[in-house]
Design a protein around this ligand. Sequence first.
Ligand code: BJW
Ligand code: ZN
Length: 249
Amino acid sequence: MAKESLIRESTVERVRSAKNVFALTGAGVSAESGVPTFRGGGGATVWKGMPFDVISSAQMVERDLAAVWEWFDYRRGVLRELKPNAAHTTLAEWEEKFNDFTLATQNIDGLHAAAGLKDVLELHGTIWQARCLACDRSKSLRDERGGEQPQRPPVCGTCGGEMRPDVVLFGEMLPANVLERAAEAAERCDVCFVIGTSGVVYPAAGLAEIAKRAGAYVIEINPERTALSDLCDETIKGQAGEILPRFQI
Ligand code: BJW
Ligand code: ZN
């Protein structure tokens, strides 16, 4: 089958004529930039012998904050060198092209914004920020460069408290205002894209369910079947960076 025939013309038309579009993205959207996914391909990420759902958990912040910093410092170091891919840039263009376009990402890598998307709903926070455990103030980690070892954990400039990475770990609540905006957009969309996520982590995966229940046409883009595939109206099998630009909105 010719590659171009993977997307039905009726699907392209449906997307082109959509008024409200919602996209939920996951680690797979950044895979072609070189960011490792957590699951998929038959394996799960392990770091220093710890499964990621152990090191990326609320309990670990209480038990060993230094290890949590080490894990996220390592990942920030990897991310500094990486660039958005064609999936990120296409989605950034869609923000300009559709009247009502909302993107909610589970990713903490900042690559949607780096591609030019102005309003990104970061459901799981961002790796580029630290947050004070005592007073909730946040500070950017963008300017930290290699070379001199930065202070770990960083100390809050306001209250002197310990800071943690500003990401949402297992067992932690998502930022309520971000989740609320995402749920509203899922509820009112006529087309919902589910891109590069295994769809097993809640409440993020529930956004696709909200869209479906509200009557949206749900399109999944993923090289593998996922926990959300049965709910989706269609799954376009393939890499997000190859599929998305072919919509030519
Ligand atoms: C490609 C590709 C290419 C590859 N193109 N695709 C309901 C039922 C059961 C459990 C729960 C539930 N509600 C809540 C829970 C508990 C828990 C949960 O969901 N657990 C399940 C896993 C069992 N959820 C939580 O704890 C959440 N908080 C919460 O619910 O608070 C309420 C509460 C609190 C306290 C008490 C009680 C209630 C928080 C979840 C936070 C998740 N955080 C992480 C870590 C963030 C920091 C970090 O980065 O380390 O977020 S976990 C990890 O998974 C990360 C991701 O954002 C998230 C989702 O993963 P994602 O994006 O789907 O990636 P993968 O790797 O799974 O999949 C990649 C996909 O891409 C694959 O399908 C590939 O095929 C595909 N792919 N190349 C397109 N080129
Ligand atoms: Zn503080």
